[in-house]
Ligand binder design. Structure first.
Ligand SMILES: Cc1cc2nc3c(=O)[nH]c(=O)nc-3n(C[C@H](O)[C@H](O)[C@H](O)COP(=O)(O)OP(=O)(O)OC[C@H]3O[C@@H](n4cnc5c(N)ncnc54)[C@H](O)[C@@H]3O)c2cc1C
Length: 507
């Protein structure tokens, strides 16, 4: 796979103004400090060790945490989740284990806890030509009364609004600026049980009129009571509250002043908060989750898009995420792109491989239904979702935006080549996304070549972030295990530095 990529890269002409072939050979590591490189190598080695990810970081490798599968007490996603933390706490005492986690996994994959720490991390990225894509780490716990009650979703709303503020504030820091993007996890604002109910209705023919995006958008805008006949009273009430939360993230009515706890380093104060994502020029990238929830999530995104992706708004302000590993994604992407085009709406897409492969397959097996995922990696690559979107961007221009969110060198290489062939500018409507602390050799090479590259950055306290990190580690198990090439490149760079230092030591 990598050989193909290198052949592909070397065939392209590096002539001025042409496609600049990218070198993912770790050359860009010279931009990073030795301490950072050493930590990256140690942490990636640790994460690539299967027993750690499978057992030490066990959330449960079975689908118990998937909303599709009923959960027994032993399968609660978070009853096992802090195993690593528990082990290290037992061994070292909580202070020391906290310090160790901070210096290792947390330090590698998380920006920090305070606004100052996040700013520091982002400034560092900006000097390397990379941009921030802040993500509030939230994990629903279907078994927990605390983490599914209305108050929990309201708390998450405030965290999202603080994230909007922080994302906007980061633009004032020195370094390259541009579009401000942030990730939004819909199930932090609305429950998975409602999403499952909506999904089952959206899938039925005939239910579409009552559940149309336009109707939901109208209810969001007016704040009027919405009664959907297929939902129970409790579900209708929660839908209303969820729509109101979504509306408040994108748009707070100018007359309404929402009082928020201000997220400041070391202090939580209360300040009036009249701003919202649209006014602060922050684009919201809604995450894709399980197939049992995605149709509901897409319906809510479509409702937001109907209002906020209209041409006069200069959007797209609300983007959806499409998982290339699903068999039906190419068709859905085509339909949605054409529908947005037909309605004159801007269209924003984050294209990912998909993070829930094992669980989707396990659920299909348990339920005796067809596996919704592509049979293998090759089939995912051949789904032509990337090609579809790049062609669409080149046809529609800046009203259509795409983030190629991938650590896969071949996909990234392919995207840059097609951008050049289609005449899409390097820093235009197409950008790239990778996770903080992962595949820096790819991010840095892209950034140095002038492409827009965003690092997805979770932040928060150790306690808030560990469940999120554990889940990401499990979801990306194959990527972390496959980060061998990155480890190789990191070792090479560290050896190079060591030898250079050794040679320069006076006799
Ligand atoms: C900025 C950002 C945002 C993201 N947002 C989301 C999101 O909203 N929702 C979401 O689900 N994920 C999201 N992800 C995660 C993403 O879907 C992937 O899990 C992750 O990025 C790894 O895929 P890749 O393309 O980077 O790596 P790849 O190298 O393409 O894939 C990793 C591994 O998966 C294997 N593989 C790929 N497809 C298949 C298949 N069909 N069968 C068997 N093996 C296969 C490959 O062989 C490889 O070993 C996001 C990622 C980033 C960077």
């Amino acid at each position: 796979m990598l050989r193909t990529c290198r052949v592909l890269c070397s065939q392209a002409s590096p002539s001025a103004g042409g496609w600049r072939p990218l070198n993912f050979d770790g050359g860009a590591f010279h931009l990073k400090g030795t301490g950072e490189l050493t930590r990256a190598l140690l942490v990636l080695r640790l994460c690539a060790w299967p027993p750690l990810v499978t057992h030490g970081l066990a959330v449960s490798s079975d689908p118990g945490d998937c909303p599709e599968v009923p959960q027994g007490p032993a399968l609660s996603p978070h009853s096992l989740s802090p195993q690593l933390q528990a082990w290290s706490q037992r061994l070292l005492g909580s202070r020391l284990s906290g310090a160790l986690l901070r210096a290792s996994i947390y330090g590698q994959f998380v920006a920090g806890e305070t606004a100052e720490e996040v700013r520091g991390c982002v400034q560092q990225l900006q000097t390397l030509g990379l941009r921030p894509l802040l993500a509030v780490p939230t994990e629903e716990e279907p078994d927990s009364a605390v983490k599914t009650g209305e108050a929990w979703y309201e708390g998450n709303l405030h965290a999202m609004l603080r994230c909007v503020d922080l994302s906007r504030g980061l633009l004032e820091t020195p370094g390259p600026t541009g579009n401000i993007l942030m990730q939004l996890k819909m199930t932090a604002l609305t429950s998975t049980w409602l999403c499952k109910a909506l999904t089952s209705w959206v899938r039925r023919p005939g239910a579409s009129l009552e559940l149309s995006p336009e109707r939901l958008a109208e209810a969001m805008d007016s704040g009027q009571d919405l009664q959907i006949s297929c939902l129970t009273a409790e579900q209708n009430q929660h839908l209303q509250a969820s729509l109101s939360r979504l509306h408040r993230v994108v748009q707070v009515r100018p007359s309404a002043v929402v009082w928020l706890r201000c997220w400041a380093p070391g202090a939580l104060t209360t300040v009036p908060h009249p701003q919202h994502a649209r006014a602060q020029h922050v684009r919201l990238l809604v995450d894709a989750e399980y197939t049992s929830l995605n149709p509901a999530l897409s319906l809510l995104v479509a409702a937001l898009a109907a209002r906020w992706n209209r041409p006069r708004e200069g959007g797209p302000w609300v983007w959806n995420t499409y998982q290339a590993y699903l068999k039906d994604t190419h068709e859905r992407l085509q339909q949605d792109a054409e529908a947005a085009d037909g309605a004159g709406l801007a269209f924003g897409v984050k294209l990912v491989r998909g993070a829930y492969l094992d669980k989707e397959r396990e659920v299909a097996r348990l339920q005796g239904t067809e596996d919704p995922t592509q049979p293998d990696c090759e089939a995912t690559s051949q789904s032509r979702c990337l090609e579809l979107m790049l062609t669409h961007v080149s046809r529609r221009g800046p009203v259509c935006h795409l983030m190629v969110a991938s650590h896969n060198e071949e996909s990234v290489c392919q995207a840059t080549k097609r951008m050049w062939e289609l005449g899409i500018p390097l820093d235009g409507p197409v950008c790239f996304g990778q996770l903080l602390g992962m595949c820096d050799h790819v991010s840095l090479a892209l950034g140095q070549a002038g492409y827009a590259v965003y690092k997805s950055i979770p932040y928060g306290s150790l306690e808030e972030v560990i469940p999120y990190l554990i889940r990401r580690a499990q979801e990306n198990r194959s990527v972390l295990q496959g980060a061998r090439r990155e480890q190789e490149l990191l070792s090479q760079e560290l050896w190079r530095r060591l030898l250079r230092r050794g040679l320069s030591v006076p006799c």
